[in-house]
Write a protein that binds this ligand. Structure first.
Ligand code: SAM
Length: 290
């Protein structure tokens, strides 16, 4: 299977991405650990603790008002659960609410089942699940149950019942999601629209490894291009989907190019606008809506 950017339309890409994540939903959490040697947990912990949700109100929210975090492409809940734990437990601020949103109902359903078993009731109450395409957040609907195995689990905008209002979000997060979007500038514009003035856009994504780590980089490439599809085949019985995942990492813009896209969408960035993790294998980008 080839997922080359140039040859597919946006709608086609969206459909393929939907297929990938429907087929990996059940094995996703296990595969993440294998593919990144467990690093993704460290990156996610770091992402959440540096954002420090619930510590003090972000500048856009009223001092006592609840903070609203929107976790886009939230999948099976890794970021949303960490945000809730950090805000409610570490910062003892139970007023923080998290909306976890994804285009794929199969991923969200795994997340919802995990939330039911892993989270205390108070955190479950502060969490809501929404189906949406990150490129158009004015069309959403609450998570629907999956009724049959053959059902289309990809969000169909024709079924939308609601939307995310302008200036309603304090913190927008997206982790390992944005490289899958067909139209990244559209998603950044939507992030800007839904954030309150003073609200923060934060993205954790695979990125370009530093040149000084060239030995490391070539080993990493060797590893990712050969081993990940093989592990995908052995563990999840699905080579093509994992092949797609490594190719999408390769195609994603560099740290600087992505920072410029964030600025073009109307955000202001501090310093160089990003932080490299593990020699640039992943990076965190942040922007504030003025
Ligand atoms: N954020 C989670 C994490 O860090 O574990 C999940 C990341 S998973 C690699 C990528 C997610 O992006 C999938 O759940 C997929 O369904 C979602 N996705 C892909 N395209 C999307 C789009 N256009 N809008 C919203 N979500 C999308």
């Amino acid at each position: 299977t080839h997922f080359g950017y140039e040859t597919v339309t946006e709608a086609e890409k969206r459909k393929r991405v939907a297929g990938v994540f429907t087929s990996v939903a059940e094995s996703y959490d296990r595969m993440n650990d294998l593919m990144s040697f467990g690093w993704h947990r460290i990156w996610k912990d770091h992402f959440v603790s540096t954002l420090n949700p619930g510590f003090s109100p972000l500048s856009g929210s009223s001092p006592s008002g609840p903070q609203h975090i929107l976790d886009i492409a939230g999948g099976t809940g890794d970021i949303a659960f960490r945000m809730l734990h950090h805000a409610h437990v570490v910062n003892a601020n139970p007023s923080v609410r998290v909306t976890i949103s994804d285009i794929n109902r199969a991923m969200l359903s795994v997340g919802k089942a995990r939330a039911t078993t892993d989270l205390p009731a108070s955190q479950q109450e502060a969490l809501s699940f929404v189906e949406a395409n990150a490129e158009n957040l004015s069309q959403t609907r609450p998570l629907q149950p999956i009724l049959s195995e053959t059902e289309q689990t990809f969000f169909d905008p024709a079924t939308a019942t609601s939307g995310i209002p302008d200036a309603s979000v304090d913190l927008y997060t997206v982790a390992f999601g944005i490289r899958n979007f067909s139209n990244i500038p559209a998603a950044l514009r939507e992030a800007h629209r839904v954030l309150k003035p003073g609200g923060v856009f934060a993205c954790l994504e695979f990125s370009k490894a530093d040149k000084w780590t060239s030995i490391f980089e070539s080993l990493y490439k060797e590893w990712s291009f050969r081993a990940i599809p093989l592990i995908g085949q052995l563990v999840a019985g699905d080579r093509d989907s994992y092949q797609y995942l490594v190719e999408s990492i390769e195609r994603f813009p560099s740290q600087e190019e992505f920072r410029d896209m964030i600025v073009d969408a109307g955000f202001v960035v501090a310093g160089k606008g990003y932080e490299d993790l593990t020699g640039g294998v992943a990076a965190i980008h942040r922007g504030m809506k003025p």
